[in-house]
Design a protein around this ligand. Sequence first.
Ligand code: HSE
Length: 310
Amino acid sequence: MQEIKIFCPATIANISCGFDVLGVALESVGDEMVVRKIAKNGIYITKLEGQELPMETLQNVAGVAGLALLEKSTYTGGFEIEIRKKIKAGSGIGSSAASASGAVWAMNELLGRPFSKLELVQFAMEGERLASGVAHADNVAPALFGGFTLVRSYDPLDIVPIPSPSELYATVIHPQIEVKTSDSRKILKTTISLADGIKQWGNVGGLVAGLFTSDYALIGRSLVDHIVEPIRSMLIPGFDDVKSASLNSGALGCGISGSGPSIFAFSQGKKKAVEVADAMKKVYQHIGIDYDVHVSKINPEGIKLIHSSK
Ligand code: HSE
């Protein structure tokens, strides 16, 4: 294989209670990338459509992640990368993760899969380090593994894939403002109280148990964030109203997607997820803020091959 075209999914990180450790891949929102082998050593971003982002290798998350892979590889050639962004930068649904993980996934395929998924996560985390200043794995892990993932430990890196209940749907609304992950991390406190910790890890355990047993009510009860949401929600116009509207229309739970400003809700069944989308939209229509909205199934496989050529 010389060239590969792939779909790189959007992802919801944190999932309310799991700051920096929980994430999930989406089915119906994502970027496309074309990656091709070339004789010249190095990574070259040759096309970038859909967003204004740097194309210099060292300034681009796909470039930096790709270089991390090349460094550990015996391959002496290089790669050209074309990126068609459909996920807006700074939207909170893993735009940088899609590009970083897509680059390393495609390179690994073109090289005959010398690296494990866990190693690919480590390379892609270098893209996150460039984008946000912190090499968090809660977007790149679900992009690469698919479905829900838990980062059980960062050192050593330990990723636990978690099954997705078949009727679970995500609704994501993106009010058209940009929140940089680096900025929304700066406002967080670095310590938490034992009382908040107890509530938070109860919910993380509850959410993971609910996902394993397809217990939708338990999933809903566990989608609570006592630590990050109370602070970050201040950056998101209409957050409390969007959350109440989604819960009143039957969502299982609702919270900030990644570092925001997107807001996600989970629902049981597509019909409910669409009703939740309508309720969320009404809030932004009322306050006069433009938005994008997505209703998506959980993506069980992560990055997907669209086609390859010799
Ligand atoms: N866990 C990261 C954060 C996700 O909340 O800062 C960013 O998408």
